[in-house]
Design a protein around this ligand. Structure first.
Ligand SMILES: C[S@@+](CC[C@H](N)C(=O)[O-])C[C@H]1O[C@@H](n2cnc3c(N)ncnc32)[C@H](O)[C@@H]1O
Length: 273
């Protein structure tokens, strides 16, 4: 399938709907409609290994909402860089941030053509805030940072909320996701914060190993990582309470969940000193 999503002047985009893709599988688990047969097939294979996979996707998404609300509310951050945006769904970063502070500005970054195709839905910033979208790869942080759209939307002299939510597991160790995240974090000023979630290798190691293998057979990189490996993404930034914890246990709304480890994701937020 080819889709021209960016207007008459843009090159048509090949969505490669013959291959499973992380953004569309995630959309499938969240109950969205932007997914195709290979996404559903691999998504169901994952679900056989981890029956709670849909809950995990939902809980990951809820974390994004809580983290952005915390950053906009308690910390007072007014600009966000959301990398690995995903297909727009409920509670997109700009909606959450602008509900707290209407003047919030958000730059979204994703490398999937289908996310680009839906980017207009993300552009509907509020009356006072702004949103922008950059089609780029987390594996090239220099390009993201040098993109004129970023400079036109965010002031890198002021604190930025960087979100790397459910994206770093899609980057192989060989591509050193720690350095890639570090390059972005280094470019941000003191007072900036980073929010990370990552599927954990240490909740149900056998099941996670099986889904990583199934992903590989489907042509997709998916690397579950241990708590220690996830904690390393924060570098020397100061973790806010409660630190690196299962995603359901990070500052839950209302009552603490009975079993926070029921969703196999690590999560945390840290602040640059
Ligand atoms: C599982 S979704 C997560 C969406 C959203 N962050 C959330 O947690 O609700 C992962 C997203 O990361 C994007 N992605 C994967 N690899 C990427 C890369 N190297 N650079 C930029 N985006 C990437 C995918 O296209 C997809 O939209």
């Amino acid at each position: 399938m080819r889709l021209d999503a960016r207007g008459p002047e843009a090159e048509p985009v090949d969505l490669r709907t013959d291959l499973p893709h992380s953004a569309r599988m995630y959309d499938y688990w969240l109950g969205g409609k932007t997914n195709f047969a290979p996404d559903r097939t691999l998504g169901e294979m994952f679900e056989q290994q981890i029956p709670s996979i849909r809950t995990m996707a939902r809980e990951n998404r809820r974390f994004l909402g809580r983290a952005v609300r915390y950053l906009a509310g308690e910390v007072g951050i007014r600009q966000f860089l959301d990398i690995g945006t995903g297909i727009p769904t409920e509670g997109n970063t700009h909606e959450v941030a602008q509900a707290v502070a209407p003047e919030s500005r958000v730059v979204y970054v994703d490398n999937d053509p289908i996310v680009l195709a839906h980017a207009r839905a993300l552009m509907a910033g509020g009356e006072h805030g702004r949103t922008a979208y950059i089609h780029a790869d987390l594996c090239e942080p220099g390009k993201i940072l040098a993109d004129p759209v970023l400079a036109a939307t965010l002031d890198l002299d002021q604190p930025v909320g960087l979100t790397l939510v459910a994206v770093l597991m899609l980057i192989a160790d060989a591509d050193d996701p720690w350095s890639l995240a570090g390059e972005l974090m280094d470019a941000l000023p003191s007072g900036s914060c980073v929010a990370v979630t990552h599927p954990g290798a240490d909740f149900d190691p056998a099941a996670m190993a099986r889904i990583a293998e199934a992903a590989g057979q489907g042509g997709m990189t998916l690397v579950p990582r241990t708590r220690e490996q996830v904690a390393r993404f924060f570098g020397d930034w100061e973790l806010v309470e409660p630190g690196v914890v299962p995603v359901m246990g990070w500052r839950p709304d209302g009552e603490a969940p009975a079993d926070p480890a029921a969703a196999y994701y690590w999560s945390g937020v840290a602040r640059k000193p």
